[in-house]
Ligand binder design. Structure first.
Ligand code: GUN
Length: 296
């Protein structure tokens, strides 16, 4: 079987267009412009790239973007004071604190100081609990993007065997909750899993989110399975820098029914879902109907 390529770049463009339409409507009919505040502490080069990209795309869909760039040695008190100000600012509907934070800052404390209704990352402990109990929450962006692509490809996911490789708070755990919410039978695999190849071979859906280049070879993939590759790993091959996923794309594409490429698969969906979450938060804050198809 030659896999269908799931084009995340095109899908993300569609999501952004839907968000832009809804934002235009909100402005025209309600006089409201959704606003996203992004806080960056320090000068980590990868984080700077992400934050710039988020700001640019926020403005492109018609939202207000508020960037707060703080010095690497900003105190916890000063950061918490900024978050408190953003929590109380009615023009700000979403708040994102870019991770990782410098070592002297307590990441859990900082994330849990964000108003859960404005926590567009879905990392606040309240949102984690709401998602785990099947209640309305803010859903982490990357898993939400994966879910949207899976629903688009399959329609219903009910009864499918899904394996999530990786147990991070940002991707693995919320991804498993979302798949369970859509009535999959879910296995979370990780570095201590016994016989990982066997676990993966039983799955109709494989979500790989471990951050290890090409660790899943094609012969682990069940014929016709759907493969969602969350990994974005920079490697050097034949003297050139290259981006590869957690799945060996060439061999997996020979067995899978559908597969996301790297780059151009899950990656572009993350910021698209951040914008979708900001729109959702804005609608909820104003007691307006939520946008259809952009939430879990
Ligand atoms: N750093 C890497 N990924 C993410 C993300 O999804 N959200 C935040 N806040 N920081 C990140």
């Amino acid at each position: 079987m030659v896999a269908q390529v799931i084009d995340g770049k095109a899908f993300a463009a569609k999501v952004r267009a839907q968000v832009a339409d809804q934002v235009a409507k909100l402005k025209e009919e309600n006089g409201i412009t959704p606003g996203l505040a992004v806080v960056l502490v320090g000068e980590d080069p990868a984080s700077q790239v992400y934050v710039r990209s988020k700001g640019k795309q926020t403005v492109e869909v018609g939202m207000n973007s508020y960037e707060h760039k703080l010095d690497v040695d900003t105190s916890e008190d000063d950061l918490l004071a900024l978050i408190d100000k953003l929590n109380n600012d009615p023009a700000v509907h979403g708040i994102l604190v870019q991770l990782p934070l410098p070592k002297h800052l307590n990441e859990d404390l900082v994330i849990n100081s964000i108003d859960p209704a404005k926590d567009v990352d879905g990392f606040h402990i309240s949102n984690v609990g709401l998602l785990g109990t099947g209640q309305k929450s803010m859903v982490p962006c990357t898993p939400l993007g994966c879910l949207m692509m899976l629903r688009d490809h399959h329609g219903s996911l009910s009864g499918m065997d899904a394996v999530v490789i990786g147990r991070s708070n940002i991707v693995g755990k919320p991804m498993a909750q979302l798949l369970l919410g859509d009535s999959c039978t879910v296995t979370i695999a990780h570095s201590r899993t016994k016989d990982l190849p066997d676990v993966v071979r039983r799955a109709d859906i494989v979500v790989a989110a471990v951050g290890r280049p090409e660790m899943v070879p094609g012969d682990w993939i069940k014929e016709g399975a759907t493969v969602i590759d969350v990994g974005i790993n920079r490697i050097e091959r034949d003297g050139k820098n290259k981006l590869v996923g957690d799945v060996d794309y060439a061999s997996a594409a020979e067995r899978a029914g559908a597969i996301t490429p790297v780059p151009g698969g899950v990656g572009p969906m993350t910021i698209a879902c951040l914008l979708a979450n900001t729109l959702t938060a804005c609608c909820r804050a104003n007691s307006l109907p939520e946008p259809e198809g952009l939430t879990a």
